[in-house]
Design a protein around this ligand. Structure first.
Ligand code: SF4
Length: 340
């Protein structure tokens, strides 16, 4: 995948707090020239074992190519962490025409059959760009387009410095319409993060309800990892938003992380007991049952019972290994209680 991919720029002005790209690649986008990118595509296409597919023409965010602050003198002194949060800055040039031109020319290179865009794209910037969406849907998506709404809770999204979840719905509608016009059945694969600062059980239940309503079943869960240099890492360890110094709830215990993961995958039978307990404790019993909006059925599926039995057996085996399980019965008083 890496061998047949081409990086077209570096940097990201998104400023998402859980991502350190803005810190180590910079907020100002540095784009390669079209000629330089095409030269690399030609070199790849000339390789004897090249199969005709460019696996990715992208970068940290594939549709930020050639985007920049329109006023360099303002950019020099601007202290905003993100050019697109809470709103897209009026001084940001968001023209997608250079990206469209680059994609078109790349797929015309001799020996190239397909040019995929596998890097993530910023949905709030792309949603209004009809030409870009048509181009992507018709030529550069191989069935599934990965996008990253990351959460649905306004509070969590604010902590992440991500746009509101409505921008996902708007983008989804337009992308699916563009795919239909291109005569293709294509889908979005949305990514979400569990246990991000600000995300508690209530927020994860809201996310589960959102997923259920739209028919999404995430096969993978991104578990928040406090990585070096992230603003969210600072929130995780201090319990404060360093921008506002307001308290932020955080998830520290592994058992609480597991609950958040289970809520995102509420549809997996083995998560039934965990999800049920979380819903009952949160007072959301209306989501248990056979109604269309319910997350889990009233009774545990047999896979849930089997999974619980396996977990209990594994725990007993683990206890025995540690010497904490069944011990030979002690003789006399020196053996403690004698219960083993
Ligand atoms: S002025 Fe706006 S576009 Fe320019 S760097 Fe600041 S936030 Fe970004």
């Amino acid at each position: 995948m890496i061998r047949d991919s081409v990086t077209i720029m570096r940097g990201c002005f998104g400023g998402c707090t859980f991502c350190s790209i803005t810190m180590h690649q910079g907020r100002a986008i540095q784009s390669r020239s079209k000629e330089s990118v095409l030269k690399e595509v030609e070199a790849l296409a000339a390789q004897p074992d090249f199969k005709g597919n460019i696996s990715d023409l992208g970068g940290p965010t594939a549709n930020m190519y050639r985007m920049r602050c329109s006023k360099p003198e303002v950019e020099k002194v601007c202290r905003r962490l993100s050019c697109v949060h809470p709103t897209v800055c009026k001084l940001l040039e968001t023209d997608h025409a250079p990206t469209v031109e680059l994609l078109r020319e790349a797929r015309e290179v001799e020996g190239v059959k397909r040019v995929h865009v596998a890097s993530g794209i910023r949905m709030d910037l792309a949603a209004d760009e009809d030409e870009y969406l048509e181009e992507m849907a018709a030529h550069h998506v191989s069935g599934h387009l990965k996008v990253a709404p990351e959460h649905v809770s306004e509070d969590v999204l604010n902590n992440m410095k991500k746009p509101s979840v409505e921008s996902f719905d708007v983008f989804a509608e337009r992308f699916l319409a563009a795919s239909a016009r291109a005569g293709k059945e294509q889908y979005l694969v949305p990514y979400f993060i569990a246990s991000h600062p600000g995300s508690g059980v209530e927020e994860m239940i809201d996310l589960a309800v959102f997923l259920k309503a739209r028919g999404y079943k995430p096969l993978q869960v991104q578990d928040f990892i406090p990585a070096p240099m992230d603003v969210a890492t600072c929130m995780h360890f201090t319990g404060l938003d360093p921008m506002t110094m307001k308290p932020v709830k955080t998830v520290q215990r592994l058992s609480d992380r597991k609950v958040q993961r289970a809520l995102m995958q509420f549809f997996l039978p083995e998560n039934w007991f965990t999800v049920r307990r979380a819903l009952v404790e949160a007072g959301r019993e209306e989501l248990i049952g056979s109604g269309r909006e319910c997350l889990i059925p009233s009774n545990p599926p047999k896979e849930a019972v089997a999974a619980r039995r396996r977990a209990a057996d594994a725990k007993v085996r683990g206890d025995r290994k540690k010497g904490g399980g069944v011990r030979p019965r002690s003789k006399g008083r020196s053996g403690g209680s004698g219960r083993g």
